[in-house]
Every structure is written in C-alpha cells, then in structure tokens.
Ligand binder design. Structure first.
Ligand code: ATP
Length: 319
C-alpha cells in the first residue's frame, strides 16, 4: 500500500476534521502518500483530489465542520456514477480509501469494497444511529450543544410559565433526545423507538404544575413525526401554553469536545493501520473503551436499539 485517500460524506459532524487529521498524519508517519477527496463521493466522481501533507491538517483538530467539505451525491448510488468513481480511483492510483460519514456513506464504502477497493469506514455523524459502535464521532459534541440550548430555553420558559418542546436531530434514532434529555433534566423524552402517549405526557405536566412547577422541558426526536402537531396536541390536551423550538443545524456545528477528538484520532489511526495490514472492508467503532473493527456488511446489518435502561432512568428521575 503506497497511496490512500480520505473523504468526508453525508451530514457533517464535529470531529470529522480530527479524523481527517489522524488519517493524514498516521498515513504519512507510516510512509504513505495521502490524498484528500473533496465533497465526499461527489468529489470522488469528479476527480476533486488534493495532496495532503503534514501542514494541510495543522490547526484543524478543534474545528467543527470538515476542511474536505461534504456532500450528498445521488450519482454514487447509480451504476454510471459509481463507474466514474472507480475510474478516478484507478487514474489517481489510490489503493485504499477511508470514508468518514454516517449510515449512507458507509453503504457507499461497502459498495467500493465489494468492487475490490480496500475501504475503511469511520462513523462520522451526530445521530449515533450506527448499531455496531457505542458512539459515533460528533454525537457527544451535539449532545453538549443541545444542553446549552436547553439551558437558554429553560430561562425563558421559566419566566413565562411555559412548556418548552425541543426538537432535536437523530433521524430515526432517539439518542440525541435521550442523552440530552437526561443531562438537561427534561420532564419527558419522546423518541421514535418507544411508543408514547400524549395523554400520559399531559398527565405528568399537570401533576408537575399542581406541585408548583412553573415550567417543563420536553425533548422530542425528529424521527417521531410532525413536531408542530404534537406540540399543538400537548397544548390542547394539557391546557398549558406549549412552545416548540426546533434546533436544526445548530446541532451539527461547534468545536468538538475532547471525547470526539480522541475518538476520531484513535479511529483514524486504526483505519490506516488496517489498510497497511491489507484489510479490505472494515467499519471502525468503539465498544466500551476499545476501538474495534467489523466487516462493513456485518456492521450495517446490525440493528440499532435505544438504551432502555437510560430511557427508564429518565422516567424515574422526572417524576
Ligand atoms: P448522516 O447520517 O449524517 O445524514 P449519511 O452518511 O447517512 O450521514 P446520506 O446522505 O445517507 O448521509 O449518505 C451520504 C452519501 O453516501 C450519499 O449522498 C451517497 O453519495 C452515498 N450513499 C448512500 N447510500 C448509498 C448506497 N446504497 N450506495 C452507494 N452510495 C451511497
């Protein structure tokens, strides 16, 4: 193995830069030539490729976003686009690729590996929706960002005796809502993985109000459906003033927390090591405190489940 490429794909996440830095630095440390592929699979198809030296990744470990930029690229899913990608890989003499991205990006990585390209997948997404790893790069930073928002909303919510409903990202995964809800002391946490009843939520709100609580925070994961309708229903059924705040892309930005920087650094270095060992198709994750690698197809076939212990804990602590 002489030359490897690295790309970031799908929704960006804090810590992607730390991962790119780790791949570049570990690659060069081990005598490899490293190229950066811009704008994910779109840049791969279009040949947007740049050489990466040690200084190209200087001063980025603390930055959110991705210096390689990211994109969603439908062409990669189609035969013609995919052939173009393989052609570019061949022309540039790239022998191994590190893909940093979420579930969809990992499927692209799987496809490349099935076509014979040695490919490593790093879980770069705030959603924490990949079953094969305890945590994805960017998740913990996003939870901290949401916590900051909860704090601010709590101030205004308390001044107006309101129920504040905060909608967070996660696609079909409720982890951002669950973790930030527990850490932020939310009264209720609504996630797509667990059935919920608006009546039950309203009952808890009214009980809290009756024992003197003047405001409440409800966390809602985006995968649940129409947040506006749920807010309206809660307001109507509880008789309390309810306001919805959708945090949106705010959750994707910001400087990565230490955990994400270290996770990204460890995973990036492992990816390079595996490529040098001749591995062809690995998804890199963390289990407990150990960095582990799995066959990409097996990793993608695992089903993500919500941590019910945490979910029940949230219920106990918010009585
Ligand atoms: P996030 O979870 O943050 O949204 P993601 O990686 O899941 O990130 P997607 O938009 O689902 O984001 O996927 C990113 C890109 O991966 C797609 O735009 C496409 O280029 C590529 N991709 C997704 N699915 C496939 C597939 N089945 N085959 C080939 N490429 C794919």
């Amino acid at each position: 193995m002489k030359k490897i490429g690295v790309l970031t794909s799908g929704g960006d996440s804090p810590g992607m830069n730390a991962a790119v830095r780790a791949v570049v630095r570990a690659g060069i440390y081990n005598g490899l030539e490293v190229v950066g592929i811009k704008r994910g699979y779109a840049g791969l198809i279009n040949g947007e490729i740049q050489n990466m030296d040690l200084s190209s990744v200087a001063d980025i470990i603390h930055r959110g976003g991705t210096i390689l930029r990211s994109a969603r690229c439908l062409e990669m899913k189609e035969d013609e686009g995919f052939k173009k990608a393989l052609n570019v890989i061949d022309i540039f003499g790239i022998e191994g690729i590190v893909v940093i991205g979420g579930d969809g990006s990992m499927r692209g990585a799987e496809k490349l590996s099935k076509a014979g390209i040695a490919t490593m997948g790093l879980p770069g997404t705030i959603d924490n929706d990949l079953a094969y790893t305890d945590y994805t790069i960017g998740f913990k930073t996003a939870v901290n960002t949401v916590l900051g928002a909860i704090s601010n909303i709590r101030d205004t919510s308390a001044s107006h005796d309101r129920v504040s409903i905060i909608e967070v990202m996660g696609r079909h995964c409720g982890d951002i809502a669950l973790y930030s809800g527990i850490a932020g002391g939310a009264e209720s946490i609504i996630v797509p993985e667990v059935e919920f009843s608006v009546e039950e939520i309203c009952k808890r709100l009214i009980q809290s109000k009756n024992r003197g609580k003047r405001h409440s925070i409800i966390m809602l994961a985006e995968g649940i459906g129409n947040a506006y309708d749920i807010t309206k229903e809660i307001q109507e059924k509880s008789g309390l003033e309810a306001r919805l705040t959708t945090l949106g892309h705010l959750q994707r930005g910001g400087s990565p927390v230490a955990y994400d920087r270290i996770l990204a650094s460890r995973m990036g270095e492992r990816a390079v090591k595996l490529l040098m060992e001749g591995k062809k198709s690995r998804a890199i994750g963390i289990t407990g405190t150990d960095i582990r690698d799995h066959d990409i197809s097996e990793a993608l076939s695992m089903k993500k489940e919500i941590n019910m212990e945490l979910y029940e804990l949230a219920k106990v602590l918010s009585i």
